[in-house]
Ligand binder design. Sequence first.
Ligand SMILES: [Zn+2]
Length: 228
Amino acid sequence: MLNLRREFSIVLVSLVMFFIMGVVAHAQTVRQIVMIDPAHGGTDTGVIGVDKVAEKDLTLAIALAVKKELSGDPRFEIVLTREADKTISLEERRNLVLKTKPALFLSLHVNAGFGRNASGFELYYPGFKNVDLPQSPAKQGVTDLKTRHLNETVKLARLVRQNLDILFPRKGRGLREADVPQLEGLNTPALIVEIGFATNPDEKRKLTNGKTQTEIARALARSIKTYF
Ligand SMILES: [Zn+2]
């Protein structure tokens, strides 16, 4: 009797172990898809800064560096909206998001204007302004679903701000709401990062420097890792 009970225990423990191993293996194989969008490209140069540096080239260089930073991490699959200097419309970017269904969408831009002294990164997200507030408590669940990805975006924005502040001390210009046409109607957590000003000679130097590009990519990669 005693032996039977012992054998039963061994079988039970084995089953539990097998189950745990299965769960762990599953977690390791399911990768989070992170979509990085180097804005502009091809005939769309984006802003032109000091020494005629084009936004499209800076966003691509930094996006490729982010991909490199995260490619060794088995938790992520990194998809770029473009990996070369080619023209992609907002419609095409939207179709890519629909097809890929990323867990996170990060669009990279470079700023310009407001004189040569304007500096610092800016963060934009689709914002809560287009979300209908619930008319009745019964509709609260629907609103929660509509706002969940926005709350997630705010969480990511905080991390990006912390990590970019190291590179551009006290120069962050906050989190603002903006329309993101390529994501309209989609519930994807999405953040637009205007990394710095190409029209500011000092920031242009940083944005075109390979070493600083790697540091910016590391700051963004660190934010993504902490977010998940
Ligand atoms: Zn842009």
